[in-house]
Design a protein around this ligand. Structure first.
Ligand code: NFE
Ligand code: MG
Length: 511
């Protein structure tokens, strides 16, 4: 048995590390550690409730829209003032744009370098100035280090990287195409940011989100701008992103069996007029689908650096930190559903909707499985998480057109609210990384308590009070590690969850 510590895990958002025990060439145990404390829940206390919509967006620059929307819903619940029709549709469009940004970022700019061989760019003979720039840069790094890529200490985001015979994709033509797509994806993400701003007012933190709807008036010009920009993004998603995901998965089929986890939770998102979300909510445990009961959610703290009571429901949640707590190894709390760890995110949404018979999800998933000549069990894997992101990106591009067509430019984009002196509310949303909940208590017109339970808090949670490992910890068990100095397999599994630690701890030490 030997111990490997990967610290930091790069190409994710925030500061995460992992301690692995390896035995017989496989991961036998894992401890995933969120290495920062931030304290948003404490910052919010005593402020005007409406400030929460802006402040919670600062939890993260990758998924601010979800925090803004969860916060709006939380206030709408407490104010007893629902979102109006245009407000609902415009939020769906702003959130769609942020999902597309986040998913494209995750695959091309964070995860792809786990698979694609960046050194293939040295064989590029074309005229594209961006690719030639990368080529010269990589050649220079290799020259400087006499070809020892494992000794390069500069050169982010491409180098240093794990090295080893055949660990990256060997097909140079594919690698070159993927590197070109990496560059193209930067331009497309610019478009998705612009899409957020059309009705959100600004990126990354949208000033347009308010309880009751959105402040941006949906003019014909703005609608046309959204439609035209979306069309470019949709072309990239359908013609480049989805095919790349399928191609990479087919080249690394082992990852249909690696990184497995089996229990899933989703709150549902993109509400229709009757309140039903386009992506349904659900709890999928051992293949059985049920409606989620929000009162079954608690946060446990035995192995986290919090000394407030454990197993509290977030409506009464507390965030008292003690950096020196014995036994603790993470700043991330351990949310549990009915006492059990749950994976949240694109794979959870896709599987829950597949089991619920969602027509478009079924069609896309079955189409993919047909292509792979595989059954749905292969989705419970590292490759399955990447596929789920691309599939929901495709579905959202298509669905956004329907939401645009339902906007009435003669009606207001929001309803008016007033702030009660006392009250409480719950705001549930789906963020790109999964189920997101905000809980507020209003006391004398100010925030008395505010609690956030965030997607990566679920996925990257440490052990709970009963010593059950978190989803990423469990998914790592059994992962092969061929070379302990280059444990790329483990980082592939971790990155497949797209962890965001700023979100997960949302609670920073000055140091
Ligand atoms: Ni900082 Fe976030 C998303 C939220 S979560 S990226 O998606 O909420 O972990
Ligand atoms: Mg929290």
């Amino acid at each position: 048995m030997s111990k490997i510590i990967i610290d930091p895990i790069t190409r994710i958002e925030g500061h995460l590390s992992v301690e692995l025990e390896v035995s017989g060439g496989k991961v036998a145990d894992a401890r995933i550690r969120g290495d920062m404390f931030r304290g948003f829940e404490k910052i919010l206390v005593g402020r005007n409730p409406v400030d929460a919509v802006q402040i919670t967006q600062r939890i993260c620059g990758v998924c601010p829209i979800s925090h803004g929307i969860a916060s709006c819903r939380c206030l709408e619940d407490a104010f007893k003032n629902p979102v109006n029709k245009n407000g609902r549709l415009l939020r769906n469009l702003v959130l769609t744009a942020n999902f597309l940004q986040s998913h494209i970022l995750h695959f091309y700019h964070l995860a792809a370098l786990d698979y694609v061989d960046i050194t293939a760019v040295t064989k590029y003979t074309g005229m594209d100035p961006k690719l030639n720039h990368i080529k010269n840069w990589v050649l220079n790094e290799m020259e400087t280090k006499k070809g020892r890529l494992d000794q390069v200490t500069t050169g982010a985001p491409f180098l240093p990287r794990y090295e080893g015979e055949g660990i990256y994709i060997q097909d140079d033509a594919f690698n070159l195409e993927a590197i070109a797509h990496y560059v193209k994806a930067l331009d497309i993400r610019l478009k998705t940011h612009q899409l957020v701003a059309v009705f959100g007012g600004r990126v990354p933190h949208a000033i347009g989100l308010v309880p009751g709807g959105i402040t941006q008036v949906p003019t014909k010009e703005k609608i046309k701008l959204y439609q035209d920009t979306l069309e470019e993004v949709e072309h990239f998603v359908n013609q480049i992103y989805l095919p790349d995901i399928v191609a990479v998965a087919q080249m690394i089929p082992d990852y249909f069996k690696i990184g497995q986890f089996q229990d899933f939770l989703a709150y549902g998102e993109f509400p229709a007029e009757n309140g039903d979300p386009y992506f349904k909510s659900g709890v999928l445990e051992g293949g059985n689908l049920a409606n989620p009961e929000i009162n079954k959610i608690t946060e446990q703290v035995k192995y986290t650096r919090y000394v407030s009571p454990s197993n509290l429901h977030p409506s009464g949640g507390q965030t008292e930190a003690d950096p020196k707590k014995t036994q603790a190894y993470s700043w991330i709390k351990a949310p549990r559903y009915n006492g059990n760890p749950m994976e949240v995110g694109p794979l959870a949404r896709t599987l829950i909707n597949y089991h619920a018979g969602h027509a478009e999800v079924k069609q896309e998933v079955d189409g993919l499985l047909n292509k792979l000549n595989a059954d749905a069990s292969v989705l419970l894997s590292s490759n399955g998480r990447h596929a789920a992101r691309a599939i929901e990106s495709k579905l959202l591009c298509a669905r956004a057109k329907k939401w645009i067509s339902e906007i009435n430019i003669n009606e207001k984009p929001r309803s008016e609210y007033s702030i009660p002196s006392e009250g409480s509310g719950t705001g549930l949303a789906e963020a790109p990384r999964g189920a997101l909940g905000h809980w507020i208590t209003i006391d004398k017109g100010k925030i008395g308590r505010y609690q956030c339970v965030v997607p990566t808090t679920w996925n990257a949670s440490p052990r709970d009070d009963s010593d059950n490992k978190g989803p990423i910890e469990q998914a790592l068990i059994g992962t092969p590690v061929k070379d302990e100095n280059n444990p790329i397999e483990a980082t592939r599994v971790i990155r497949s969850f797209d962890p965001c630690i700023a979100c997960a701890v949302h609670a920073m030490r000055k140091k």
